[in-house]
Write a protein that binds this ligand. Structure first.
Ligand SMILES: [Zn+2]
Length: 217
């Protein structure tokens, strides 16, 4: 399976990505992580990327795509991969499509996890974190045994600073603006599969697996 995952904040995309990676035995490829690795290890691509970063500019799409393509050639990605946080724009999607076609490994599907704004807001504002061990809780889905206290270490839980309702609504709005054309791009090419993410995590995973069962890999 070669997948790209889309979904607004609160849709549970990260959790589903981890589930799918586990079930298919494929890696989640995060462009943020591989970019950092290349820069740290001073690879050719890392040095190239740094010249842009040092000037405060974005690393060009073709450099990022080259890093992604290189990562996909590692043995653990033989059966496929899940792209996490990439592509974000249509030009990136186009560059990726060309590179994947050249490698003979086109995408299997682009999964879009859908959720109504109100429900996403309810999920996100219900999120609490332990300042000590960083464990996260959700008052709706995964509450701590004792209200306001970390199960793991007993610290008093905190709400994430950016989890107030207005900020959350703004984040969702920004996401929709940024991904509308990307979604259209993949829909037009027949890759987009929509998953109703308004359910328990396990049910959303089941729905996703059912959708993927119909896709020729
Ligand atoms: Zn804790």
């Amino acid at each position: 399976m070669r997948l790209v995952l889309l979904g607004p904040p609160g849709a549970g995309k990260g959790t589903q990505a981890a589930q799918l990676a586990h079930r298919f035995g494929i890696p989640q490829i995060s462009t943020g992580d591989i970019l950092r690795e290349h820069v740290q290890e001073n690879t050719m691509l890392g040095v190239k990327a740094r010249t842009f970063m040092d000037r405060g500019e974005y690393v060009p799409d073709d450099v990022v795509v080259e890093m992604v393509m290189e990562r996909m050639q590692e043995p653990d990605a033989e059966k496929g991969f899940i792209l996490d946080g990439f592509p974000r724009t249509v030009p990136q999607a186009e560059a990726l499509e060309v590179a994947l076609a050249e490698a003979g490994r086109p995408l299997s599907a682009v999964l879009k996890f859908s959720i109504a704004d109100d429900m996403a807001v309810r999920r996100l504002t219900a999120r609490w974190t332990c300042p000590n061990c960083k464990r996260t809780y959700n008052l709706e889905f995964k509450p701590p045994a004792q209200e306001g206290i970390c199960d793991e270490c007993g610290y008093v839980l905190e709400r994430r600073a950016d989890d107030d309702e207005l900020t959350v609504r703004r984040r969702i709005e920004v996401y929709r603006e940024q991904t509308a054309s990307l979604e259209r791009f993949y829909r037009d090419r027949g890759y987009l599969r929509e998953v109703d993410a308004q359910a328990r995590e396990a049910d959303v995973t089941d729905r996703t697996m059912a959708i993927l069962a119909d896709i020729k890999d």
